[in-house]
Design a protein. Structure first.
Length: 299
């Protein structure tokens, strides 16, 4: 309990701070393209993580395999961030986040059909139910915002791949080093993408120099991302993921609160129905994961 309680506390910090990424992003993206906000997130994260890694005396060396996986992790992190920022430019934060919560189910299905992991029919059924909940959230959003409502699905898919790659990297890299290298790689990869977007005049991926308070919004995106992801990383090092996973759904509560306080947004009735279905399906999957773990351990 001496380790679990601090882990729970850090996970609660994540649930409080993570929606501030979305708040700052929504503020910034009203003035600069989503690509600019995405670049800012990773540049600030790299600048904050570098002195921490040096202070901890962590090795910066990585081999070829780890470097390739880190590049892949950076690419899907860019995709996840860009899609979500593009979504919250017009969508309420809670609606976009509710759709993005389908990510664990995408990860489950990727594990089953791509990696051939053992996934029982009950968890597959829960994934289908979660998809139904996602449709209930998307339907009114699609009517109001058009294809923009599909961006959170792209974010969820990229984040599922992000977590999949992280599974393969966590034995080879310290979490702080992993975050630093991912941020550095993502920053470098963003540059040619934004250069192309600016040259070809592709609106969302152009680089536009922020000014005034927009600088602070972009800076806040990076700070909130760094703090929240560090809190989650260290929480997982202190407490089992099966204990912390249900707490992750508290993020929808804080996201709804911040969306209402900063932008006056509040989910409609159909959206709440979809959120309830997604969260219920997620909690059921977590319950099944625990049951399987207990069975394998012989408890």
């Amino acid at each position: 309990m001496d380790r679990v309680l601090p882990g729970i506390g850090l996970m609660l910090v994540f649930c409080i701070v993570a929606p501030l990424i979305d708040v700052a992003s929504k503020m910034a993206v009203q003035s600069v393209p989503a690509g600019t906000v995405t670049l800012a997130r990773f540049v600030v994260q790299a600048l904050l993580m570098a002195p921490l890694a040096l202070a901890m005396g962590l090795s910066m060396r990585i081999d070829g395999r780890v470097a390739r996986l880190t590049l892949l992790r950076a690419l899907v992190a860019i995709g996840s961030t860009f899609c979500f920022v593009a979504a919250v430019r017009v969508m309420p934060i809670a609606d976009a986040l509710a759709i993005a919560f389908v990510s664990p189910f995408i990860l489950l299905l990727l594990g089953r059909f791509v990696l051939k992991e053992q996934v029982g029919p009950r968890r597959i059924a829960a994934s289908v139910v979660a998809f139904v909940g996602t449709v209930l959230v998307i339907q009114p959003s699609f009517a109001r915002f058009g294809t923009t409502a599909l961006f959170p699905i792209g974010s969820a898919f990229c984040f599922a791949l992000y977590m999949l790659v992280t599974r393969h990297l966590r034995r080879d890299m310290h979490p702080v080093t992993m975050q630093l290298h991912t941020a550095l790689a993502a920053s470098v990869l963003c540059l040619p993408l934004l250069a192309f977007g600016s040259f070809a005049e592709v609106g969302p991926i152009r680089f536009v120099l922020p000014d005034g308070m927009v600088w602070w919004s972009c800076l806040s995106v990076g700070i909130a991302a760094t703090v929240s992801h560090l809190a989650m990383t260290f929480a997982l090092s202190l407490a089992p993921s099966s204990t912390l996973a249900p707490l992750g759904y508290l993020e929808i509560v804080t996201a709804t609160l911040f969306g209402f306080l900063f932008f006056g947004d509040f989910p409609a009735g159909m959206t709440w129905t979809g959120i309830a279905i997604i969260v219920s399906a997620g909690l059921y999957v977590i319950h099944r994961e625990r049951a399987v773990a207990r069975f394998r351990s012989g408890r």
